[in-house]
Design a protein around this ligand. Structure first.
Ligand code: GDP
Ligand code: CA
Length: 322
């Protein structure tokens, strides 16, 4: 395993993120690293077509966060959004369980139009995030369509059907990433694996947000063989997820109690460093026994100051100057 003293590559930090948890640390990183020193690669397994429009929920969560436009109560969606179009869609007979606001819909209309004109999702994401004021590159994991499918106690269903419509209530028994075998990492993602000086796994759902990224052919082995420090920030604190079904998925799918240690086991061999919350300090030596260099610190990010503090700690841990 590499340690930070071997860090000689010039390419900045590659951060892997899903939605709400990932966006929190990505925001912190964007406050301590210059745009040329950070690339945020985002899960697109959650992408779905609604009303003929291409919706990329995790990209939008990260984009709104970095742009300072996210709804502070939910962590996703556009702050102060209105829902007039959705209401009218309902009146016109459409299903409206996926809560797209008016601002959201404008974004999805524009994204879909640009994709139809032949642009790649990478190109569209870069342009739209720039137009929203984001300077750091936000990159989809792939320009090809990959769709997370949940094999649940209630049968098989698309990701958003499980996550939003069914409120993550069915037990997750299996997962599939349709299309992934033919998908390629987005060009900037592939380059970033080659060039990054450190790789940060933001505290996102390991199964639903990070595993789809790692399922793209070549990415997992590229990351494992990158020779640079690779740090996991645990999304499980005190045996619980802050939000969402990660803890339950450890039980039903991975067959183990949710814990920071279980997260460390999940990524064992892939990463070199591990950040766990102070409440989980008791399992420090077990995590170290898996080969990780461990940092124990406050990992609950309830304010921008917390996000920045954790981002700084993560960068310092892997020898990235901030
Ligand atoms: P989603 O795509 O919106 O579900 O978001 P992610 O997959 O990026 O994040 C979900 C995970 O983020 C959950 O497992 C949460 O436990 C974790 N999470 C959310 N907020 C925090 C936080 O402040 N600190 C840490 N360490 N984890 C968090
Ligand atoms: Ca997501």
């Amino acid at each position: 395993m590499a340690d930070s003293s071997q860090d000689t590559k010039p390419g900045g930090v590659l951060a892997l993120a899903g939605g709400v948890g990932g966006a929190k640390l990505a925001l912190g990183l964007s406050r301590v690293l210059a745009p040329e020193d950070l690339t945020v690669v985002v899960n697109t397994g959650d992408d779905e077509i609604f009303y003929g429009l291409h919706v990329s929920p995790d990209i939008d969560t990260v984009t709104y966060s970095l742009a300072g436009l996210a709804n502070p109560e939910t962590g996703w969606g556009f702050a102060g959004d209105t829902f007039n179009a959705l209401e009218t869609l309902g009146t016109l007979g459409a299903d409206t369980w996926f809560g797209l606001g008016d601002h959201d819909l404008a974004l999805h209309i524009r994204r879909s139009d640009m994709l139809r004109s032949g642009m790649t999702l990478s190109e569209v994401t870069l342009e739209l995030s720039n137009r929203m004021g984001v300077r750091h590159p936000i990159v989809p994991m792939s320009d090809q369509r990959v769709s997370t499918v949940i094999e649940s106690s209630d049968g098989e269903m698309p990701f958003q059907e499980y996550f939003v419509h069914r409120r993550s209530e069915p037990d997750v028994l299996g997962l599939r990433f349709d299309g992934v075998k033919l998908a390629k990492p987005a060009p900037v993602f592939a380059a970033s694996i080659q060039n990054a000086s450190a790789i940060v796994f933001c505290p996102s759902n390991p199964f639903l947000s990070v595993d789809p990224i790692l399922a793209i052919p070549g990415t997992k082995v590229g990351i494992a063989d990158s020779g640079v420090p690779r740090v996991i920030v645990s999304p499980i604190i005190g045996g619980q997820a802050i939000k969402g079904p990660a803890a339950r998925i450890f039980e039903t799918f991975a067959n183990k109690p949710p814990s920071a240690l279980a997260v460390a086991q999940h990524y064992a061999g892939l990463a070199t460093h591990f950040v766990m919350d102070t409440v989980d300090e008791a399992s420090r030596s077990e995590v170290e026994a898996l080969g990780y260099t461990v940092l124990v610190t406050e990992t609950l990010m309830t304010s921008e100051e917390h996000k920045i503090a954790l981002a700084k700690a993560v960068c310092e841990m892997v020898g990235v100057p901030v």
